[in-house]
Design a protein. Structure first.
Length: 174
């Protein structure tokens, strides 16, 4: 049994994390073994993502304290875990989705992004999007492509002009 002080500590910890987050994902971890949960925590931690397990009532109180509405943990099925993403909205969804593919016991239930409630389907769709780094790389490639094409066109004209001058020079010598 958890003491009142421990419950307050858990609620304060959850409220603190909820106030900093960009994304929160609720998942059901019923049926996962200790080693599987440890592996999930490790992969999430490597990406700077927090993963907590708490009772539904404590999660509900923390959501209420943080001023987040639209989610009732009591309506979610199974044993609930909460995943917090602070920097990237997509990475937590990607990591959980990849893990759930390998471990069918983990089920993504719902989530919140920037105060907006998302269903499990929405979270999975989010997980299938390219990451922020991939999108930025595509943007840089799109911007630099016309410039490099223009540079190649200018170099081609310059090379042709040099070949023309070399041919004229050789004809004059001959």
């Amino acid at each position: 049994m958890i003491t009142k002080e421990k419950k307050k500590e858990i609620i304060n910890n959850l409220t603190d994390k909820l106030s900093k987050q960009k994304v929160v994902i609720f998942s059901d971890f019923t049926g996962l073994g200790v080693n599987q949960v440890r592996s999930l925590r490790k992969s999430l931690k490597n990406s700077g993502i927090d993963y907590l397990v708490a009772k539904k009532t404590l999660i509900g109180l923390a959501l209420k304290q943080a001023g987040i509405k639209g989610v009732s943990p009591k309506d979610l099925q199974g044993q609930i875990s909460v995943t917090f993403g602070y920097d990237d909205e997509i990475m937590p969804a990607k990591t959980l989705h990849q893990f759930s593919k390998a471990n069918e016991a983990l089920k993504i239930l719902s989530g919140i992004i920037n105060g907006k409630y998302l269903s499990a389907e929405d979270i999975i769709n989010l997980a299938n999007l390219p990451s922020k780094q991939q999108l930025l790389a595509k943007l840089v490639g799109s911007i630099s492509s016309p410039m490099s094409g223009f540079l190649n066109a200018l170099q081609g004209n310059l090379k042709s002009f040099i070949y023309l001058l070399n041919n004229i020079k050789q004809e004059i010598k001959a």
